[in-house]
Write a protein that binds this ligand. Structure first.
Ligand SMILES: [Zn+2]
Length: 275
């Protein structure tokens, strides 16, 4: 391999960034993506690593992620530019043995830093990795417009959003049977929103940020992007129904229909949200 950009995992990471841009979810520097590398993927990339930068404390600790490597988008960087200029837009960071600091080992050239949401991503990686026996590897934040619009019209509860999305498209209860969590409006980039999100991610693999966007997690790029895409499409249908029907719904997927879908597809729906 001549370049780190020939390594399969780097190509798939960059493709996901570009897919998000093409969906219109990443205006300006909006959104961020992090991926916890498999050991063999880190080894494939290691020949291209630079002299490591300084350790930078995160303010949060994830002991179960000590020594791991993450690919991450950069702070203030544009998803639009990831495919055009990867070395300045994304990077690989190594986590220290205490699980509380990162250092850059590739990319983010000329003074770049990981996304300002990296502590939030890192805490969510720590919790999702523990909750899934190490399967979860991807955390993705996007500004998905239809879901954001729903946060102006629906009560900001896990139940209201999970039910509305499940009933907006038949595939939804199969794709996210646990439902989604909802974080009320908060200032982004801080510890408070990191804690609130990670608390929800103990139960769900997706969280709504009111008037802002969504966080999704998953074992690989396809599953995680697919989850974001499914949620946004369901939200679009919800908004179309509400606007075209002026709030009147003639018929919908009933709770018993939801139970029937779950039975047929062998998933366990979160009963807390059913009536
Ligand atoms: Zn955002």
């Amino acid at each position: 391999m001549k370049s780190i950009l020939d390594v399969d995992v780097m190509q798939r990471y960059i493709r996901m960034c570009d897919d998000g841009w093409l969906q219109g979810w990443h205006e300006r520097n909006g959104g961020n993506l992090s991926y916890r590398m498999k050991p063999e993927e880190a080894e494939q990339c290691r020949p291209f690593f630079c002299t490591p930068g300084e350790w930078v404390p995160m303010g949060v600790t994830g002991q179960n992620l000590a020594g791991e490597y993450f690919i991450t988008t950069g702070s203030g960087k544009y998803f639009r530019n990831v495919i055009l200029d990867p070395v300045h837009s994304i990077g690989i960071v190594e986590i220290n043995e205490e699980g509380n600091a990162w250092r850059i080992v590739w990319g983010l050239e000329d003074g770049g830093k990981p996304t300002s949401e990296f502590p939030t991503h890192f805490m969510n990686h720590s919790i999702r990795s523990a909750a899934t026996g190490g399967a979860c590897r991807v955390i993705y934040h996007a500004h998905i417009p239809n879901l954001i619009a729903m946060t102006y019209t629906l009560p900001l509860t896990d139940k209201a959003f999970s039910r509305a999305l499940w009933k907006s498209a038949t595939e939804c209860p199969v794709v996210f049977p646990d439902g989604v969590g909802v974080v009320p409006w908060m200032v982004p980039g801080g510890t408070q929103i990191a804690l609130a999100t990670s608390k929800l991610m103990e139960k769900y693999d997706a969280a709504v940020w009111a008037h802002h966007g969504a966080f999704c997690s998953g074992p690989d790029f396809d599953t995680t992007f697919g989850l974001m895409h499914t949620i946004e499409k369901a939200a679009e249908i919800y908004n179309l129904v509400m606007s075209s029907g002026q709030g009147q719904v003639r018929q919908t997927i009933t709770d018993d229909n939801l139970r029937a879908i779950a039975k047929e597809f062998g998933v366990v729906l979160n009963e807390e949200f059913l009536e």
